[in-house]
Design a protein around this ligand. Structure first.
Ligand SMILES: [Zn+2]
Length: 172
């Protein structure tokens, strides 16, 4: 038994799916520190040319520059799939992970997806999920910023030192 899929054209896409998947991928890749892969949608069709041995919600082929998500998922399943496939994109793009076996990578993607949502409980509505993703993005940016600020302050502003950049430059 094979399951056949085809890629949706842009005009066939559902706008709410596109916006949710894009935002999930954007926030997730900010965390993973990779460029966001292209997001494409697929559906199951007898004349589809992409074949799988079982039904899939998504997939990410090497080299991890594109992720594919099945259209028609619930908003909650859609964001989980986007996050899961972005982790596979990260695996393909990370040299140390490229040759790991499939079940190991699958387990890692599942764990990552679970941890991505941290303590954010979610009932699964589109607007709610967009809000939670926004919160996660703000937390990420804030923690990066405060980390960087601490790094700069370590050697930038010292008591009795001139407040300048680059540090320790002699001015004549
Ligand atoms: Zn997977």
């Amino acid at each position: 038994m094979t399951y056949q899929y085809r890629i949706l054209s842009q005009s066939e896409e559902i706008q709410s799916e596109r916006s949710l998947a894009e935002f999930a991928a954007q926030v997730c890749c900010l965390q993973l520190r990779i460029d966001k892969p292209m997001v494409r949608f697929i559906d199951e069709r007898a004349d589809g040319f992409i074949n799988f041995k079982s039904r899939v919600d998504g997939y990410c082929p090497p080299p991890g520059k594109e992720i594919f998500i099945r259209s028609g998922l619930s908003p909650a399943a859609l964001v989980n799939t986007a996050v899961h496939e972005c982790r596979h994109a990260w695996q393909w793009q990370t040299a140390a992970w490229r040759n790991k076996d499939e079940s190991f990578c699958e387990g890692d993607a599942k764990t990552f997806t679970h941890e991505f949502w941290a303590d954010h409980s979610r009932s699964g509505y589109h607007a709610e999920l967009m809000g939670i993703l926004g919160d996660i993005k703000v937390e990420l940016v804030k923690s990066r910023f405060s980390h960087r600020q601490a790094e700069i302050q370590k050697f930038w502003i010292k008591p009795g030192q001139v407040n300048c950049w680059p540090p320790n430059v002699e001015f004549s």
